[in-house]
Structure formats: C-alpha cells, structure tokens
Design a protein around this ligand. Sequence first.
Ligand SMILES: Cc1nn(C)cc1-c1nc2c(-c3cnn(Cc4ccccc4)c3)c(Cl)cnc2[nH]1
Length: 288
Amino acid sequence: YEQPAPPKQFHLGMFEIGRPLGKGKFGRVYLARERSSGFVCALKVLHKNELQQGKVEKQVRREIEIQSNLRHPNILQLYGFFHDSKRVFLILEFAGKGELYKHLRRENRFPEWKAAQYIAQMTAALKYLHKKHVMHRDIKPENILVGIHGEIKISDFGWSVHAPNNRRNTMCGTLDYLPPEMIKPGSQDNYYSEKVDLWSLGVLMYEFLVGEAPFEDTPVMTQRRIARGEMTIPGFVSPEARDLIKRLLVLDPEKRIPLEQVQKHPWIVKHCVKGERASLRDSKSTGS
Ligand SMILES: Cc1nn(C)cc1-c1nc2c(-c3cnn(Cc4ccccc4)c3)c(Cl)cnc2[nH]1
C-alpha cells in the first residue's frame, strides 16, 4: 500500500504533537503524527530569535536546502518545512531507535561486527553525498540516529556544504572530529574537500571500537595530537580494523583511503558481505 505523497503546504494544525524526543543546541524535536494520513514523523522546532542570536539562519537554510534533496536509507529524510511568526518547523523522518551516541555510551564500545556494519552504512551514505558534491563535515556519533531495523541515519546537515565552498565557517562543539587540514592554518584549499569526511569516518570508527575518540584530550592537546596524527590503538582492536583506521587517519588528505576502497577493505568484507560469511560457512562444512 503506497503512502499518499504528503501535500506540499504544511502547517502546525496538520500535526498531533507527541512526546519530546530530544533537544539540540538550537531547538527541540517532538514525535508527531500528520492527522490526515497518520504518518509518524519527527518535528524539529527552531525559534527564529534563537537562530538570529546564534547567527545560524543561513546554516538552517542550507540544512533545509541540502537535506530536502537527499534520498538515501542511511540519511535522515527531510520531508518538508514550514514556519510561523516565531518558529521554523522541520518535518523529519522518525528514527525508531534514537540517537546513536546514547547506544554507544550505554554499550561503552561496539563489537567489531556491529562497528563494521555501521561504518559500511556510513561509507555508502558518504559515497552518495560526495557524488552530489555534498560534504557533511560534522560526522560524529551525536549526528547519527538509528532506525527501527538498526540501520544508521546521518542527520543534522547544519554544517554540510556544496563543494567547493569559500565561506569561512567558525566551528563549534567538539574538536575531536576535526581533520588536521582544518586545524593547521594556511591549508585553506583542502578545507572544503570531501577528504574531510574520510578523516571523520576514521575518528568515528575508532570511537565505535574503543569507546573514546583517538585524540581526546584537553582542547590544546587535542589540536596538537590531531595536527601530528598522534594516537594509539589499543591491543584489543583486530589487525584488520587497525589497518583501516590507519588508512583513514592519514594527515595528508590526498593519501586517505578512498570510499570505494573502504567498501572492499578486508575488515568490512569480513563482517558485511553476506556471501562472504555464507561461503565461509560452506567452505567449513564441505571442507572445500
Ligand atoms: C530519542 C529517541 N528515542 N527513540 C526510541 C527514538 C528517538 C528519536 N529521536 C529522534 C530525533 C532527535 C531527537 N533529538 N535529536 C537531537 C536534536 C534535537 C534538536 C536539534 C538538534 C538535534 C534528534 C530525530 Cl531528529 C528523528 N528521529 C528520532 N527518534
């Protein structure tokens, strides 16, 4: 049964508002249901005066413009938006299992098979984004949600841009995910290359497997360790996972492993290619 495409014009009266789902630096998200269709979604409410004070209106416009043109199973869908005199409302896909970072904190760190599934899905989403010349530039557990089937969904495109982009952006929030080229002055040109997301993918993979970010330290020390690529990978991380982390966390953006190669990396293939596991089972049973 095909859901009827929702009408283009939205307004608040069309929705029943449910429980609060969470809050971010700007605004809150509520569970919501579109009355006529019963369609369940997440409604992000942003207050215009807060956006003006935070000087982030342009960022929100960009988030809306970019995210409403994206369709991918691992990217949280933006169905539409509307506003009234005081607020902007984003109608977002509801992710049934909530924020990934809460799962990571609760489990401390993910088993390798789960981390590999998540990294494979992130890689597919980034390949899709980069093909559209969109860089997310703020990949971190706080910006990832989990769908009802355990699939991950990148959200919060507030920092994403269409490459190339020569607008300066002051970064806020954690430094942990910043690549060296965004720390070292003067390397402005590859400030906006898609390679930025490859570095963040490496930091994300490390944090999934270890439970903390590779360069986590005081703000000054974090920047220094990132600029020098100083990190240690604990002994419990498998050699294949260690190899992929090292191929992503490369100081020179041009030398980072490309997304196509990530998808073929032994660590990803071992945990994510169904045929691989089946064939391994077959080879064991038939001794072939
Ligand atoms: C929480 C939670 N528990 N369960 C079982 C599901 C969810 C859930 N949360 C979401 C959420 C959701 C909630 N908070 N946030 C963080 C946030 C809030 C405001 C501005 C910026 C960022 C996202 C969304 Cl968008 C979309 N879908 C969601 N689903």
